[in-house]
Design a protein. Structure first.
Length: 313
């Protein structure tokens, strides 16, 4: 039994991680400010004696009165509608001050710490698919920069704590992920399309819909995050984690309409600034080092996600 702290534990991916690690017999301390997360996501484990929720914003230092073995950092608003605009400066603070505070906690506890970075570090990629050695093409002053540059700096801070302070780090770069516990108000393409289809509303494609994304079902993602945390000493990553299946937004909209039997129509709206044209992970490193590849194809994951949203909206 390990004592594991999960920052961002009431969020979409964090809540799945909390449940899985509690179910496996660990003590889990979930830290969240519930800005985008919700206690509803951890309802199945909230009364488990091995689960503890602490309402706290990691922008402020935190001290925990238990010895911690592992720390997972999933705390950042990750959806454009939640990280941009009024939230932009707060997003940067979470990505930077929050990361410092968690690394200090790891150092004090001699704990291993995993950073969930993002495919956004590649920006508008000029290499396709993206390998970990690709250094990206990010607009440092664009509306996505608070998140993209915040996450890039997060990786830098992790590696400096590793080199300079000897902290045991792991870094993963998460590509688009979907599944149960997504926030219906999150503005993400999968949640938007499914909610719109279920309500019979127009399906909103931004731009001409030829942009691509690669969608990983959350159970596959949680599996590889845990494998990375427990990977061999000295293997820091960064490692791309995601599903290499690549789809245009038009293909996704058509699939969702067909699978929900919806009468919704597709409408086209302006493409937000700096919206990446294409994105697909090269997951060779995750396969080699972690023996992992995603098992749940998009159609199967969409069925599960549609069923979740039927009960959630
Ligand atoms: N998108 C869309 N309609 C929506 C929401 C998003 O066409 O209602 C597009 C968005 O412009 C982007 C893609 O879907 O090209 C993925 O958007 P999301 O916010 O889910 O993820 P990210 O852009 O962060 O990869």
């Amino acid at each position: 039994m390990k004592t594991i702290l999960i920052a961002g534990g009431t969020g979409f991916i964090g809540s799945h991680l909390c449940k899985r690690l509690v179910d496996e017999g660990n003590r889990v301390i979930c830290v969240d400010n519930n800005y985008t997360g919700t206690l509803k996501n951890v309802a199945p484990i909230i009364d488990n004696p091995n689960f503890k929720f602490i309402e706290h914003d990691i922008v402020n230092p935190l001290d925990i009165d238990e010895k911690i073995d592992q720390i997972y950092n999933l705390a950042t608003p990750a959806s454009p509608v939640h990280y941009q605009g009024k939230a932009a400066l707060f997003t940067i603070k979470t990505c930077v001050h929050g990361v410092f505070n968690l690394l200090e906690l790891a150092k004090k506890n001699n704990a291993r710490i995993l950073q969930t970075s993002t495919s956004e570090v590649y920006g508008e990629p000029l290499e396709h698919p993206q390998t970990e050695s690709y250094r990206g093409n990010v607009n440092p002053i664009g509306i996505r920069a608070c998140y993209d540059e915040g996450k890039r700096l997060g990786e830098t801070i992790f590696f400096e704590y590793h080199r300079g302070e000897g902290v045991d780090i792991k870094v993963v770069r998460i590509f688009n992920t979907y599944g149960a516990n997504m926030n219906p108000e999150d503005g993400r393409v999968v949640s938007n399309f499914i909610c719109q289809a279920l309500k019979g509303e127009d399906i909103t494609i931004y731009g001409d819909g030829t942009q691509t994304r690669s969608f990983c079902y959350v159970d596959d993602l949680v599996e590889v995050i845990i494998r990375m945390m427990n990977s061999r000493d000295g293997f820091t990553g960064p490692v791309n984690i995601g599903n290499p299946g690549e789809f245009t937004m038009i293909e996704l909209a058509e699939k969702v309409i067909e699978m929900t039997g919806s009468s919704s129509k597709i409408v086209f709206m302006p493409l937000p600034a700096d919206d990446p044209t294409q994105r697909r992970p090269d997951i060779s490193l995750a396969k080699k080092e972690l023996g992992w590849e995603p098992l749940i194809p998009l159609n199967e994951g969409l069925v599960k996600t549609i069923n979740y949203f039927k009960g959630a909206i």
